[in-house]
Write a protein that binds this ligand. Structure first.
Ligand SMILES: NC(=O)C1=CN([C@@H]2O[C@H](COP(=O)(O)OP(=O)(O)OC[C@H]3O[C@@H](n4cnc5c(N)ncnc54)[C@H](O)[C@@H]3O)[C@@H](O)[C@H]2O)C=CC1
Ligand SMILES: O=C(O)[C@@H]1CCC=N1
Length: 273
């Protein structure tokens, strides 16, 4: 099983790092660095990723496309037309194509290959950078031409670095926002919480450790208990206590509306890509 990556930027390297962190079995065989080949535009990126992961790298996108059983398209959406024009002859029915691009529909990607979605093994995925530490959450949307075995292979690959959730295409822009983009918002939140603690006298490194652990633990509590987040919030707010004062400060600043608008803005942008 050869896995090819066209584009070796932030998301591809988070996926590769996640996949190689623990032994991953895809379709019965353990995956190693020797099974991965990637291409990138600059020599510096190719050298850096070859050294970081021990994977093969090349300047030729066609070489990656020809070698790959699973071909991950990991360039920015704007580069899809030129990359696909370059590789389309090298992609046949033996290749499962996986796009991780925000916004680009199955239909548009298949059209760039000059194919119909029914006649192509194509899957859209929306991963996120916590993949790098095996805590990713990836939306998986198989095209109509992908076989059940393709979906299973893709899900097991994505599960090698976290969760994988199969969704219909109409939810992909929402997934792109709430899974793909939201880590950026959460990092801002962690940074801001830590700044508050620093203001109250805590050393910065310790403030990041507390803030990040609280966010990770709270997320784990939601996932493991399945309890409503509002219910879990109420558990923290002692009557007449300290937390409810902080909750009010966030409400006054329309914290929830700001978070909702951030998701809406991502969805709106994805629809223009
Ligand atoms: N960064 C993130 O958190 C996430 C990104 N994505 C998607 O992943 C894709 C890549 O995003 P990032 O990794 O953030 O971008 P990036 O800019 O970090 O990486 C893109 C890579 O593509 C390479 N590249 C550009 N043109 C190329 C060409 N013609 N041939 C070969 N390589 C080429 C660049 O050299 C770079 O290595 C995008 O489509 C994005 O929507 C999806 C989920 C999350
Ligand atoms: O910002 C972006 O376009 C990509 C898609 C989701 C996360 N990063």
């Amino acid at each position: 099983m050869k896995i090819g990556f066209i584009g070796l930027g932030n998301m591809a390297t988070a996926i590769i790092g996640g996949m190689l962190r623990d032994e991953v079995v895809v379709q019965g065989s353990p995956l190693t660095a020797a099974d991965i080949i990637g291409s990138a535009k600059t020599e510096a990126t190719r050298t850096a990723q070859a050294e970081a992961f021990g994977i093969a790298t090349t300047a030729s996108n066609r070489e990656v496309a020809a070698a790959a059983d699973i071909l991950v398209l990991a360039v920015k959406p704007v580069f899809f037309p030129e990359v696909i024009a370059e590789i389309r002859d090298a992609v046949d029915d033996d290749t499962l194509v996986v796009s991780i691009a925000a916004g680009l529909t199955l239909e548009r990607i298949a059209a760039l290959f000059g194919r119909d979605t029914n006649a192509m093994r194509l899957i859209r995925c929306m991963p996120n950078t916590p993949a790098l530490v095996n805590a990713g959450c990836t939306a998986v949307c198989p095209g109509p031409g992908a076989a059940e075995a393709d979906e299973a292979a893709c899900v097991s690959l994505m599960e090698s670095f976290g969760r994988a959730i199969v969704i219909p295409e109409r939810l992909m822009d929402a997934a792109s926002a709430v899974a793909g983009s939201s880590p950026a918002f959460v990092f801002m939140f962690i940074e801001a919480l830590a700044d508050g603690a620093v203001e109250a006298g805590m050393p910065r490194a310790q403030a990041y450790e507390f803030a990040a652990s609280a966010v990770a633990g709270s997320a784990q509590l939601v996932l493991e208990t399945g309890r409503h987040p509002g219910d879990l919030k109420d558990m923290v707010c002692s009557p007449g206590g300290t937390t409810i004062e902080g909750v009010k400060a966030l409400e006054v600043r329309a914290f929830r509306a700001a978070a909702m608008e951030a998701v809406e803005a991502c969805v709106a942008k994805a629809r223009t890509l």
